[in-house]
Ligand binder design. Structure first.
Ligand SMILES: *[C@@H]1O[C@H](CO)[C@@H](O)[C@H](O)[C@H]1NC(C)=O
Length: 350
């Protein structure tokens, strides 16, 4: 019932945004010598679920279901690289993860920053009043370059990948602070990847991994479906020719820059809903609408209806909305704020 309603809403918004594509063109405003704000209109991400909410709505009823959040500090990420990953790819993703924690004021990246973006996540609390931790570290890493469980994974077999990493690395049993982040290379397919998901999160089963700990998975979409999972750096092919073109990725890597926004989405959801019994909207816990889902496709003020919102563009035309460590820039989707009851990000203009 709700699903059909949402689908109809989604279809009507897509139709109207297609017709206005013809009229729209990006506008530019000079801020500094080489950074511009702009708000390009793009064909919607075909996977995006946000079109049903578009920023803020009384219709959204995000509720707390009494479960824990990741409140112990720091959040220890155990990172699993499945398949082949280059050193530079790993450094880029690790720079993003390590940009989440606030740094010393003298070394902090300029505002808006990744750690300011995570402040929205740390507004979520559990029933004891404990907030999601503001600190995230990489506590361990494992590389599984030979695909120990093949190149065709499922939502269940990913737990075998985690179990192998836990034994091989080995990772400690970290019930207090731990979570797993599994990243699969571009030759690895995953059940529902590209058709329904670009990433997901859940928790491990004692029967498979030995204990229960939250995990997130995100895949490299480069060869499979960049127009779904590296949006807005790749846009749906049916719009090619005449339509607005994809944005230039901040780190010159369509798939990796797209993955980083998906990783951000999944980490925000793991932290606020680690055992899928804390913060989500909707009545069905098997298909929860979480704090990232509510804002998919929104990256700045004035987003919605095919607009991604006001983001920045550097002198080389690369698009971003936050700064990170090592002078990196990233484009991260906004997240639902329980305080503003709207999608929020640190690059908001109001
Ligand atoms: C903790 O969450 C509450 C409720 O959202 C918020 O008012 C407070 O600022 C948060 N504290 C931190 C340190 O983020």
């Amino acid at each position: 019932m709700a699903f059909l309603f949402l689908l109809l809403l989604l279809l009507s918004i897509s139709a109207s945004s297609l017709s206005s594509l013809l009229a729209a063109s990006p506008s530019f405003q000079t801020l500094q010598t080489n950074t511009h704000f702009f708000n390009p209109k793009l064909p919607p991400n075909s996977l995006s679920s946000s079109k049903k909410f578009e920023g803020s709505s009384d219709f959204v009823n995000l509720r707390y279901h009494m479960g824990p959040v990741l409140s112990s500090s720091p959040i220890n990420i155990y990172l699993i690289w499945y398949g082949k990953w280059s050193v530079s790819q790993k450094l880029l993703i690790k720079d993003f993860l390590l940009s989440i924690s606030p740094s010393h004021p003298r070394r902090a990246p300029p505002s808006p920053s990744v750690s300011q973006w995570w402040q929205t996540v740390s507004l979520y609390t559990d029933q004891t009043g404990a907030n999601v931790s503001r600190n995230v570290v990489i506590a361990g890493e494992h590389s599984d370059i030979h695909h120990s469980h093949g190149t065709d994974l499922t939502r269940l077999s990913i737990q075998n990948v985690i179990a192998t990493a836990v034994r091989s690395a080995p990772f400690p049993v970290d019930h207090r602070n731990g979570m797993f982040l599994v990243l699969t290379s571009q030759d690895v397919t995953m059940q529902d990847f590209c058709r329904a998901v670009c990433g997901f999160h859940y928790f491990t089963f004692p029967s498979m991994v030995g204990y229960t700990l939250p995990y997130a998975w995100v895949g490299h979409s480069g060869k499979q479906c960049p127009e779904q999972c590296a949006y807005p750096f790749a846009v749906p092919a049916y719009m090619a020719g005449g339509g607005p073109s994809a944005l230039s990725p901040p780190n010159k890597d369509v798939a990796l820059d797209g993955m980083i926004s998906v990783i951000g989405h999944e980490l925000a959801e793991v932290a606020s809903n680690p055992l899928v019994n804390a913060w989500y909207a909707g009545e069905d816990p098997t298909a929860p609408t979480e704090i990232g889902d509510l804002c998919e496709g929104l990256y700045g003020t004035g987003g919605g209806g095919g607009y991604i919102g006001q983001v920045m563009r550097d002198g080389e035309g690369r698009t971003f909305n936050v700064n990170g460590r090592n002078r990196r820039k990233f484009l991260l989707q906004w997240l639902w704020s329980p305080v503003l009851k709207a999608c929020a990000g640190p690059n908001a203009l109001d």
